[in-house]
Write a protein that binds this ligand. Sequence first.
Ligand code: AHR
Length: 663
Amino acid sequence: MSSLSRSRAFLAATLLLAGTLTVMTRAAGGRASQTLEVAVGQPGAPIPSTLYGIFFEDINFGADGGLYPERVKNRSFEFPESLMGWQKAVPAGGTFEVRTDDPVGPRNPHYLRITSEDGAHPFGVRNDGFRGIGVEQGGHYTISVVARRRTGDAATLRFDLQDTSGTTSSASATIALTGSTWASYSAPFVATRTEARGRLAVYVDGAGAIDVDVVSLYPDDTFNHRKNGLRADLVQLLKDMHPGFIRFPGGCIVEGRYLDGRYRWKETIGEVSDRRLIVNRWNNEFVDKPAPDYYQSFGLGFYEYFLLAEDLGASPLPILNCGMACQFNSSELAPMDQLEPYIQDALDLIEFANGPVTSTWGKKRADLGHPAPFNMKLLGVGNEQWGPQYIERFAVFQKRLKAAHPEVRLVSSADPFTDRENFKTQWAKLRELNADLVDEHFYRPPAWFFQNATRYDSYPRTGPHIFAGEYAAHTKPVGSGESRNVWEAALAEAAWMTGLERNADLVDMSSYAPLFGHVDAWQWSPNLIWFDNLRSFGTPNYYVQQMFGANRGTRLLTVKADGAILSGQHDLFATASLDEPAGEVIVKIVNSADAEVPLKVVLPGVKDGNARVTVLTAEPMAENSLTAPTAVSPAESPAPVSGSAIERTVPKHSLTVIRVKKG
Ligand code: AHR
């Protein structure tokens, strides 16, 4: 299938997922006062610590060019087009060529030879970065390179961070080479001015040739100052969500268009320069959003994902290929009698994450610097798979993995088309198999989320638990790229999340999708967090996730209005919980109407004093941006508790979270 028709197939499929578009319009005008009764004295089911989490997929330049803060694109010249991202830094005075004779190593076969003809006029190349290279004034970076002298007097490399025109330099470093065999060199690099879309030039000083490979410009200031660490502002945004888990690395990239292009976790650990790059599945998925320079260098690999989970205090949930390529693409299958390598990958991953340092894979983890286990308790078998092909493969995985590791809970895939017959059939089979967790995905219009806040109220309470693993309200057709992160969508998600929380006896986990989008290099919209080379911001949807994540609670409480559980009546959605360690009651209220509502929230047993009230509200089409990153963001204020009740008017189109000491 051509790339165009593949992309159309994906769009058609996702349009089917989207259903009918509806815009949030609700009656304006004065609203009658409502009384909400919170059963403070009758704590219900425990709320899993994993209820609100995050799903990271390498889409929209989320890894290379995003969370993985390497500034140099194609640093090892291993892209299929070896010089992609590189060009001459000066018009004349030398040559450059990609070579493969006597490389740095067998897993890194290409390198660049730069020859300068005239010692008085250095010749060099420059790298475009990921839609430019960003450096901050005063920021500390490290330049590193693997290099060797080849011919002539040339023995020094000069690195220059230039603006787009190549005229002004904002940082410079020189590295003197000591010999004619491959060696690693590095130098500090301090930016004297901010450059959002700079270029890194590499010059050969002196007449002669120098070979270079693994050319890197890396910030020193990574999250938790980890070596080969992650972009600090982006991880901080994740941390502020208080995620209970992190699902990684996808998404469709786990499956690959064909099995050959699937994600293989073992290829992503160890020496960074030895990690063999592959094309990113989103490289040309959508013809109108081509990203021919989108590859996975795996600088962010499985070891780094586990460290990230640890830094976030989140439970790691890796997803592995189950012998099926993406069913939106080739649907290629590994024959049933050839599943062994896939199963072994899963067994080895569990050993890598949790095994003793005396085990083969536990030792590899220890050698990488982490002797303590990562305490992985969750593992996903496949991403969005459907049909009998999935069930038969999942059954084999389940049998083998459960026999060896009953302690690891397996996540299985529901059919992503939740309205078709196979969704029910697949669920029934997974129920028969006594699956642990079933992963349901929803990319739907806002109206769907409001209407489906009660979805899980009627699910059976026996059998598999729920992971609402990918969801986002789309105001325009899914896959069109036209949906934006407007407040209307975020509010719909908030209403739906009250339903997730109310059903926390069944719903163990949930996550918005996708997580990241580079403003100049995205394929999919909306996304939770947007960024450019230097800045980032949380969308209104992000602040909804953050408010739920930071105010999860540990035991459910019911919220009633007029004697009935409040789940959408009067355009109001609510959920409540007890935060036992904090000794606080938490109430979350969504008002989806176009009018404010006076509320009395009755909290029997709660003593008079002050509650903390956090409100998130905006006009339906409001959004955040790089220049107005918190235009839609929560505001906190105190509210008096009198006679075990709080009287308060909730604004139109709002999410309100009340926290109050239980007494
Ligand atoms: O989140 C974007 C994509 O949507 C994911 O890769 C896939 O699982 C779903 O189709």
